[in-house]
Design a binder for this molecule. Sequence first.
Ligand SMILES: CC(C)(COP(=O)(O)OP(=O)(O)OC[C@H]1O[C@@H](n2cnc3c(N)ncnc32)[C@H](O)[C@@H]1OP(=O)(O)O)[C@@H](O)C(=O)NCCC(=O)NCCS
Length: 167
Amino acid sequence: MNILIAQKDQLPIIHQLAHIIWPPTFKEILSPQQIDYMLHMMYSPESLLKQLENGHHFIIAEQDGKYSGYASYEFNYKNELKTKIHKIYVLPETQGQGIGKTLIDYIENESIKKEMGLLTLNVNRYNKAVGFYEKTGFKTTGVEDIDIGNGFLMEDFIMEKPVSKTN
Ligand SMILES: CC(C)(COP(=O)(O)OP(=O)(O)OC[C@H]1O[C@@H](n2cnc3c(N)ncnc32)[C@H](O)[C@@H]1OP(=O)(O)O)[C@@H](O)C(=O)NCCC(=O)NCCS
């Protein structure tokens, strides 16, 4: 599997993958209206470009010419020595094959190079991805409800993993 660093021209790939992965991921957790609202907020072409320009790094997993997942992350999150993982998503048909772990490992290695001490992320409290994060060494360190407008709420856990050179 290859990891591609996405630039502006590759943002449409992320947009497309998100629109395939989000509905099955969140159909039992969020209303269709909230899924549409969040996809627009986080994945419209304008929003993705703004994230890239504001220092979010985007990576894409590619296998045999097919794109199977993506992640985004930001160093020095809130001016601390932390990497915030903003997004990590793998196509349903390729989940469970090690792609998510490979994306986390990549971000962890880049974080070591940048001397970040911690990976941090938010995950919906009802998302089974919590199990994946626990498996890859994250621990729940907080609970956060975030009002994202239009009457919608994100009901999250904060999960963190110390960055370690031995992983
Ligand atoms: C969560 C996600 C990124 C994990 O990626 P993946 O490629 O499916 O996971 P991997 O195959 O790399 O799994 C790595 C390890 O975690 C375990 N794992 C994966 N999903 C798990 C789960 N839901 N619960 C418990 N363990 C899990 C795997 O069994 C594997 O363990 P092993 O090393 O002992 O074999 C992926 O399933 C996904 O995109 N889910 C839908 C989108 C989503 O919820 N993203 C997170 C938003 S915060």
